[in-house]
Ligand binder design. Structure first.
Ligand code: PGA
Length: 252
């Protein structure tokens, strides 16, 4: 069975009520072939409710982060139960900005991922190496270490992997305009998939969607989407612009 493409838009902490409304209007006008591609947008938390209410069902809504804890006395946190209550299907976990700026370790990311899955959310887990790690030839070590933390918590519950998408996002490519070359992207995705096959399960590896993120735009998306092990994108900056529509089109 062919893997269905995933095109995600990570709006990060951008936008106003007005700009969010115009993005939703733009997205509501897009034709999405939902048999071949899943389009998911992740607005800032404060706009989740309005986007969920105003976006047509051809595009799904994701949180950018989820609490490690359930609802309760955790000031400032949003629990998976509350995201579900809003009708959301998805959350991101482990974005490099959360890892680098908010101290999220591999263990925290894995625990958030497991908790979100247990509460019924599907999860886009982000992994990726820094420039120094790539220069030191540590790319595969880093991204498999990050994914292994998740795998350890899921243990034998292999069914949960069908509700996970892995976003390979080299940190040096995020927001820099320096996109991975097709060779770099294909290599990382292929190696990651091979690692999943040997350390988790071959069927899980075959069906796992591994999407690329880092300076994806309308110009480079056709070449990247054609790569065998690239199953879509997580788009930051370009997801706030009309070219996001072209990126969706490149996958269908
Ligand atoms: P970018 O961000 O497309 O702006 O590089 C990607 C991401 O951080 O998900």
């Amino acid at each position: 069975m062919a893997r269905k493409y995933v095109i995600g838009g990570n709006w990060k902490s951008n936008g106003t009520q007005a700009s969010v409304a115009s993005l939703v209007e733009m997205l509501n006008g897009v034709t999405v072939d939902t048999d071949s591609v899943e389009v998911i947008v992740a607005p800032p938390t404060i706009y989740l409710s309005t986007v969920q209410a105003s976006l047509k069902q051809h595009i799904r809504v994701s949180a950018q982060n989820v609490s490690l804890t359930g609802p309760g006395a955790y000031t400032g946190e949003i629990a998976a139960e509350q995201l579900k209550d809003l009708g959301l299907q998805w959350t991101l976990t482990g974005h490099s900005e959360r890892r680098a700026l908010y101290g999220e370790t591999d263990t925290i990311v894995a625990q958030k991922t497991k908790r979100a899955l247990d509460q019924g959310l599907d999860v886009i887990v982000c992994v990726g190496e820094t420039l120094d790690e790539r220069k030191a030839d540590q790319t595969l070590n880093v991204i498999t270490r990050q994914l292994k933390a998740v795998a350890d918590l899921l243990a034998d519950d292999l069914g949960l992997w069908s509700r996970i998408v892995v976003a390979y996002e080299p940190v040096w490519a995020i927001g820099t305009g320096v996109v991975a070359t097709p060779e770099q992207a294909q290599d990382a995705h292929k190696n990651l998939r091979a690692w999943v096959a040997s350390h988790i399960n071959p069927d899980v590896a075959l069906n796992l969607r591994i999407i690329y993120g880092g300076s994806v735009n309308a110009k480079n998306s056709p070449e990247l989407i054609a790569l065998h092990d690239v199953d879509g994108f997580l788009v930051g900056g370009a997801s706030l612009k009309p070219e996001f529509v072209d990126i969706i089109q490149s996958a269908q």
